[in-house]
Design a protein around this ligand. Structure first.
Ligand SMILES: [Zn+2]
Ligand SMILES: [Zn+2]
Length: 288
């Protein structure tokens, strides 16, 4: 599926530039709005390259900083520009060809994108009561200067002729929902559980040091039917509160539930010998 974020970024930026050129204060405010949309579109554009690698949770949580943080775990270069070159391989005794530059995949750094986004947001809004009390007049010329700088930086990114290059050397496997999932070895070695970007299924990872083989097991919940004793199971991605998981063998009615456990830890009063009280239970399946 192709997403048109690049086009949206381009259109918004063109509009921002035209509004800036108008020169009046109202147009400056609208230019901020358009430039902010351009930042959003560029961030979504980068996100779209990594759709297979990003967990559903991060997608739903959409906040530029948080998503970029997750992307950088998957590809440390996700928010960095890079120049791409290529050369022909050596054939027989012929040396490799000359390096030919293809272009630069320009990206906004996560930090800069976040700063621009918040700065432009501030310029759009009416001053807060606190700002009013401090009676700081709106410094239009400084705002204009900052917005011009931002627009210039956005223009540099939008003008790149190469984009969407993902050079992650990762391990790919297929989810239970058929979606390919790719993670870097570093991500997996750090003990992270991969999660499918499509259905949210989590996987346990088994890998022996030095081995080329990786085993990915979908996380599932198991239990035994109280009436007939057969083992039952459900994939974590299919589990939801209140789901009917009645026994197919004997028909015992059962629904899926979860129990959250809370723990209170209190500071001991001086000299007293008290221990923290504990309550709760591990998640299980409620039968009836
Ligand atoms: Zn899946
Ligand atoms: Zn049963």
């Amino acid at each position: 599926m192709s997403y048109q974020y690049r086009d949206i970024a381009r259109q918004r930026l063109t509009k921002a530039k035209a509004l800036l050129a108008a020169g009046d204060e109202d147009s400056l405010t609208y230019a901020c709005l358009e430039a902010r949309k351009c930042v959003e579109a560029l961030a979504y554009d980068v996100l779209a390259y990594y759709l297979r690698d990003v967990s559903l949770k991060a997608m739903k949580l959409w906040q530029p900083d948080k998503v970029m943080k997750e992307l950088i775990q998957i590809d440390p270069g996700a928010d960095q520009s890079r120049i791409l070159s290529m050369q022909t391989e050596p054939v027989g005794s012929d040396p490799p060809g000359q390096w030919v530059t293809i272009g630069e995949d320009r990206r906004l750094s996560a930090q800069r994108a976040s700063k621009m986004y918040h700065q432009l947001g501030n310029y759009i809004h009416v001053p807060t009561i606190r700002q009013m009390e401090k009676s700081e007049p709106r410094d239009v010329s400084t705002i204009r200067k900052n917005v011009e700088q931002i627009v210039q930086e956005l223009d540099h990114v939008v003008a790149s002729t190469v984009w969407g290059v993902v050079l992650v050397d990762g391990i790919t496997f297929t989810c239970v929902c058929e979606t390919p999932i790719r993670r870097t070895q570093k991500f997996l070695d750090n003990g992270h559980q991969p999660q499918c970007g499509n259905c949210g299924q989590m996987f346990t990872v088994e890998h022996e040091n030095g081995s080329e083989d990786w085993y990915f097991g979908p996380v599932r919940f198991n239990w035994f039917c109280d009436q007939c004793g057969i083992e039952r199971e459900i994939l974590q991605s299919k589990a939801e509160l209140g789901l009917d998981v009645s026994c197919p063998a004997c028909g015992l009615h059962a629904i899926l539930g979860s129990i959250t456990s809370w723990r209170v830890k209190q500071d001991k009063p001086d000299g007293a010998k008290t221990s923290p009280r504990q309550s709760g239970a591990s998640p299980d399946c409620a039968g009836s």
